[in-house]
Every structure is written in structure tokens, then in C-alpha cells.
Ligand binder design. Structure first.
Ligand code: ADP
Ligand code: MG
Length: 278
């Protein structure tokens, strides 16, 4: 059996003979000159007949920093729910990396495969220090958590120190997480995600409630993470989106309305109509 046949058997769909990745053949064929990390193809999700996602197509390159904008109810959070396995699509396919069919994995397996998600409300260990929060995030093995700092390897210590610098909390190492500012808590949670070294990070409204200064620092952080990680960021704050500088996708009624750089989508008549209301 050829590798392609094996893949066909595993993922159970017809493959594009011209694609080395074996993605399904479609009229909007995969651009194989890119290294695609996430590929949503015609994803539909219905809630009691209402289509929260309606044949949504999205392709994210490895290392890309993509912003998703769109009015309330556009389907942005539902899209993240589908990618992380929290919600199952009614139809369509979702691929991660070159051959992982997300619809066949559980939420835990998707996280294990390298997709990390940050929710709006931080879920920190409030009574533990900043350092310990990062340490706890490193392992998914609950038994290992009891021991904490005692048996930390040097390389783990270095990783934590690097992450502390990255999230600008190296001056707050021993502070209980519960005493951090709102913005610092958000950064710590991003740091905790990073400790699991995800290939793709999904961030839903990460700067909500942050000061302008914290917002710009967060933009700098995300720009610095791009390349090593791929990021999909849902955000309403246009100053933040501008500072990120990546490609912007506008969702509306569960599909892509426009895609391009921020200036282009902001000047798109359809986008203006959607935001101003008809
Ligand atoms: P956004 O994040 O862009 O504001 P959502 O993805 O949260 O939008 O929601 C898209 C649409 O789907 C909304 O109309 C919302 O009410 C609906 N929706 C989302 N989740 C559910 C659910 N679990 N049950 C029913 N309707 C839902
Ligand atoms: Mg939302």
C-alpha cells in the first residue's frame, strides 16, 4: 500500500492526487507552496437550524499571525470551539498540520497535538506564585504536580526563566498570581500556554480589559511569538489589530466576508456595511 493509500484509509476521504499533503480535492485547491498549519474547509455548524458557521473556509500558514474580526455573533468563538474539538461541525473538514483530521480527535488529543487555546477569563492558580503557575503548566500529569519545585530540572528552570522574560513577569516571579494586575494575569496565562509549546495558539479577545499600554505590550509579545508559533487572534480592538500587522479575516454570519491587510478590509464596502449596519 502506498503512503497515500494509508493516509486515505486513516482519514477516510478522497485525496487530491496533486497534493503531497493529501488534502481533499476541491475547486479552491490547496496552495502547496505554503506550509499550512490549519485548514478549515467548508465548515458548517448549526444550532437548532441556525448556522453559526456556514461553509467557513480558512487557511493559516505555519508561523502566521492572523487576526479574526467580525461583529458579535459572526461565529468567531464557534470557530475556535470547532478547532479545539469543543464543538463538532455538521459538515466540512478541519486539518491541523499536514495530515491531522481534527474531527477524529478528542479535545484532549487536540491539545496534545499542539493546539493551545486561551479563553477570555484567566484560569490561574491564584494562590500559587507566578513561577509555580508556569511550572504547573509544564506538565499535564497531575501526580507530578504535588512535588513542585523540589525536583525541577535545570532545563525546565531555564525554560520558565525564558518564558518569564517573554511575558514581562520576570520581576514578579514569587508573587501570588491572584495579586497580579488584570493584564499581567492575561500574560501569565499566555505564558502557561507557551510552557506546553503549542504549534498553534488560539486567543479569543486577549486584550479585553487591558490598558492601552498593556495592549501594545501584548501586541509586541504576539509579534515576537509569530514564526516559532502560529497564532489566530480574535479581537475587536482595532489599534491592537493594526499593531499586530498580520493578515485580517472578517467573519460575518459564519463565513469569510473579506480577507487581506487591515487597510484593505477596512476600506471594503461590504465590511463597512456590516459594521455600520444596513
Ligand atoms: P462571536 O464569537 O463571533 O461573537 P459566536 O461564535 O459566539 O459569535 O456565536 C455565533 C452564533 O451562534 C451566535 O448567534 C450565537 O448566539 C450562536 N451560538 C453560539 N453557541 C451556541 C450554542 N451553544 N447554542 C446555540 N447557539 C449558539
Ligand atoms: Mg466570541
Amino acid at each position: 500500500m502506498s503512503a497515500r493509500d494509508v493516509l486515505r484509509k486513516i482519514i477516510g476521504i478522497e485525496l487530491d492526487e496533486n497534493s503531497p499533503f493529501g488534502y481533499p480535492a476541491r475547486q479552491h485547491a490547496l496552495d502547496i507552496s505554503h506550509n499550512v498549519i490549519l485548514y478549515l474547509d467548508e465548515i458548517t455548524v448549526s444550532f437548532d437550524g441556525f448556522k453559526a458557521l456556514n461553509k467557513l473556509n480558512l487557511m493559516i500558514d505555519a508561523g502566521e499571525l492572523r487576526c479574526i474580526i467580525g461583529p458579535n455573533g459572526a461565529g468567531k468563538t464557534t470557530m475556535m470551539d470547532v478547532i479545539t474539538g469543543k464543538t463538532r461541525s455538521d459538515s466540512g473538514t478541519a486539518f491541523f498540520g499536514q495530515s491531522i483530521d481534527l474531527s477524529r480527535l478528542t479535545e484532549a488529543e487536540i491539545a496534545q497535538a499542539g493546539i493551545g487555546r486561551k479563553f477570555q477569563k484567566p484560569t490561574l492558580f491564584e494562590h500559587h506564585s507566578v513561577f509555580e503557575n508556569l511550572e504547573l503548566a509544564m506538565t499535564t500529569d497531575k501526580r507530578a504536580r504535588v512535588t513542585l519545585t523540589a525536583c525541577l530540572r535545570d532545563e525546565d528552570r531555564d525554560r520558565i526563566a525564558d518564558t518569564l522574560r517573554l511575558i514581562r513577569l520576570d520581576g514578579e516571579t514569587d508573587r501570588p498570581a491572584g495579586l497580579l494586575s488584570h493584564g499581567q494575569k492575561q500574560w501569565l496565562e499566555i505564558g502557561m500556554l507557551l510552557m506546553q509549546d503549542p504549534r498553534l495558539l488560539l486567543l479569543d479577545e486577549p486584550v479585553a480589559g487591558m490598558t492601552d499600554d498593556e495592549t501594545m505590550r501584548t501586541a509586541e509579545l504576539f509579534v515576537s511569538l509569530a514564526g516559532k508559533h502560529s497564532l489566530v487572534v480574535v479581537e475587536h480592538d482595532m489599534a491592537f489589530v493594526k499593531a499586530l500587522g498580520g493578515k485580517v479575516t472578517v467573519l460575518h454570519e459564519g463565513s469569510v466576508l473579506a480577507e487581506g491587510d487591515l487597510d484593505a478590509v477596512q476600506n471594503d464596502q461590504r465590511v463597512i456595511e456590516v459594521y455600520l449596519g444596513r
